[in-house]
Design a protein around this ligand. Sequence first.
Ligand SMILES: O=C(O)Cc1cc(O)ccc1O
Ligand SMILES: [Fe+2]
Length: 451
Amino acid sequence: MTRHSLPHGMIRAATTLGTCEGYMPGFGNDFETEALPGALPQGQNSPQKCNYGLYAEQLSGSAFTRPQPERTWCYRIRPSVKHTARFDRIDLPHWKSAPHVLPDVISLGQYRWDPVPHADQPLTWITGMRTVTTAGDVNTQTGMAAHVYLVTRSMEDSYFYSADGELLVVPQEGRLRFCTELGVIDLEPKEIAILPRGLVYRVEVLEGPCRGFVCENYGVPFTLPHRGPIGANCLANPRDFKTPVAAFEDRETASEVILKWCGQFHRTRIGQSPLDVVAWHGNYAPFKYDLRSYSPVGAILFDHPDPSIFTVLTAPSGLEGTANIDFVLFRERWMVAEHSFRPPWYHKNVMSELMGNIYGIYDAKPKGFVPGGMSLHNCMLPHGPDRTAFEGASNAELKPEKLDETMSFMFETRFPQHLTEWAAKSAPLQEDYIDCWDSLAKKFDGTPGVK
Ligand SMILES: O=C(O)Cc1cc(O)ccc1O
Ligand SMILES: [Fe+2]
């Protein structure tokens, strides 16, 4: 087996059959990977002594007793407990957790933001996280938070992990590298990544400035949706998810580990890199997914289906069919529906919808919802196409039309989303957003016929 070197002398497992540029294909597979030959024990998890003097350690991402438990066995230079000395509380004022309901912030409404501009000062993955909304309760492991990240600087000898939930990362600008305990993920716009709860990592800037969106999932991890009558194919296909091969660094330098725990941040100081997992096997691991491999299924004769058909990943809530979070993708597709109003209909929804634009034009909002921008249509708040979209689609010739160069997404949660003070007062909120429906004309005059 040959080794691949990454910055900081990180040693990565060689690409082997079934892997692609350092990644292994499949969703939720039981993966196994080793960066040094023979580092992974065969036939058992806890040998009396591990090869290379490694320590065996289990990372459990679900209760031991879940029907399909999620866990990974790590073979590492030091057990994690050596990477966590005493913790001191630190303040990260822009990263908020639910419940975070403020008396002087009104969350009830329809909101839209321009792209958040980059700051003057350098920001890392940790200092550059800006919470937009929170929902549910981090202490009961229900709900989520939506964030924007603005990152211009790599973390150096600094590592992070969250006990509060997994992070779904949706880049919109720039390229990031996630050096994790279980391997390295490089991420750019049109891709997404999942960083599981409890996984330690460092984030480096490959090409900045970097901006994107994060959904912090306090609940059970994202999984693939039940496909129902769609059957086994299309939507997000399992083989297109990529989990990194093992990579480790054996580096003794003064370092810090920052831990998010019950909404608060803590720092511990250690004398080495905690990314020292030489080999691992299991089904609890980070992964990335290229959104261009998503095969949308839609209306091929008439009408407009619910956007749930565009679900990429879903995080169940415990109530059957009612997601803690759905991650929904509106990407390039053909519009062919006959005698139909093709964009989204007007609607009110018990779920709350936070949307972001990755690139291009979104059909319900030809203007104002721009790449890097966001919108929030909260629980039971009516919304739909603006006047331009409505008039355009009501009068368009209904020939097959390609919605090209477009990619927006939605974090849709069963819980109402509460704005942070930053989202309500500092972020570039469009004060006139609701005016986009103002000029919708009354067409009804009591006489029959299409108006
Ligand atoms: O509000 C939105 O733009 C998102 C959305 C899209 C769609 O096609 C149907 C319903 C819906 O909430
Ligand atoms: Fe909607």
